[in-house]
Design a protein around this ligand. Structure first.
Ligand code: ADP
Ligand code: MG
Length: 351
């Protein structure tokens, strides 16, 4: 038998590490848009504009009016595990979307990335990365905020292109990501434009809301989920043992044939979590038949130490310190609102 050569253990270089990380979190254009828009929200932006072309495959450009990145920090922002969002190693106390310092280096490893940014009282500057190679920082023109442009997201990983859906489906996934984030941030203006074929069509627009949080949220949900949802939505506001539940849930008469309009957020972060969806279902158990599904946008807020959002790189799963309390809060908070609505209009709510 042939004797195999003794394997040699080598450290992967940064470019390879970044490309592997990119494979985990940047499956499709919508995942890149999610990372970039979250960065803009973290930067305190009040207006975030996203332009895509060809479903995001050839172009994603996110422009924000947030705090900006200092010219001298641009290379650092593109370095792996460099973040301005947590100090030291306090992974139990996360207040922002980001914290891993992975998105920008990963994007720079797979596509051609240009960041242009300006902080107050300084000149704007720009940096490029392609195939993991960084350019020097150079002067640029920009009045404020940050523009991150990603071209040819799959240029270093062409095999991945085969797994993408049509441009139309990818563009829709980008829209869904933006709508989800827009629900959680009613005071920020979100704009999505499609620049395919030299066009420049606005495909989604949600203007910043004013007023108190409930008014703002109601207005934003009307933009994202439609007037009919807004007209049939009950305000939810409940609290238990450090967990706060807010949002809007539709009357049972405005339900869906599939569980496709259930939007859950934990500390402002969109999540898909079996326990939370199960609690929502349980709350409507007595008022909806088995083949109908509630429509709701619910926000759970708590001290960051009561929840672990560090479960998965895509960060859509969460682990609560005390899941039973959260489940109970959702079931009782919703049932209370539904029962109140039943009193006011006992003819519309089946009992
Ligand atoms: P993370 O968001 O986990 O910190 P990223 O790779 O997404 O990691 O970003 C790295 C750093 O670059 C951020 O911590 C932040 O300091 C800076 N940054 C990224 N995008 C923006 C932006 N739009 N505005 C201001 N700063 C940004
Ligand atoms: Mg980030």
């Amino acid at each position: 038998p042939q004797i195999k050569p003794r394997p040699v253990i080598r450290q992967l270089d940064d470019a390879a590490i970044n490309r592997i990380a990119a494979g985990e979190v940047l499956e499709r254009p919508a995942s890149a848009v999610k990372e970039l828009v979250e960065n803009a929200v973290d930067a305190g932006a009040t207006r975030i504009e996203v332009v895509i072309a060809d479903g995001g495959k050839t172009l994603i450009r996110v422009t924000d009016d947030g705090c900006g990145i200092a010219a001298s920090d641009l290379p650092l922002a593109l370095s792996r595990h460099a973040t301005s969002k947590i100090d030291g190693s306090d992974l139990l106390n996360i207040h922002s979307f980001g914290f891993r310092g992975e998105a920008l280096p990963s994007l720079g490893a797979v596509g051609r990335l240009t960041i242009t940014s300006r902080v107050p009282d300084a000149d704007a500057a720009s940096i490029d990365v392609a195939g993991g190679k960084m350019s020097d920082v150079r002067p640029a023109a920009l009045s404020s905020g940050t523009v991150v442009e990603l071209r040819d997201m799959f240029y270093a990983t062409p095999a991945r292109l085969k797994f993408l859906r049509t441009d139309r489906a990818e563009a829709q996934a980008v829209g869904d990501v933006i709508k989800r984030l827009a629900m959680a941030e009613p005071f920020i203006t979100f704009i999505l434009r499609d620049a395919s074929n030299g066009d420049n069509r606005t495909t989604f627009r949600a203007d910043a809301q004013t007023g108190d949080l409930f008014d703002a949220l109601h207005g934003r949900l009307q933009t994202v989920l439609g007037r009919e949802f807004a007209e049939n939505a009950l305000a939810i506001d409940a609290e238990r043992d450090g967990f706060h539940l807010t949002g809007y849930a539709a009357l049972p008469t405005y339900s869906r044939g599939a569980a496709i309009a259930q939007f859950l957020f934990v500390n402002g972060r969109p999540v898909r979590d079996k326990m939370l969806l199960g609690a929502l279902r349980a709350a409507y158990m007595d008022v909806l038949s088995r083949d109908r599904h509630p429509v709701a946008a619910l926000f759970i807020d708590c001290e960051p130490t009561l929840v672990d959002v560090n479960v998965h790189p895509a960060k859509s799963e969460v682990r609560f310190r005390d899941p039973g309390t959260v489940r109970g809060l959702i079931v009782s908070g919703l049932r209370h609102a539904l029962a109140g609505a039943g009193h006011r209009a006992s003819t519309t709510v089946a009992t």
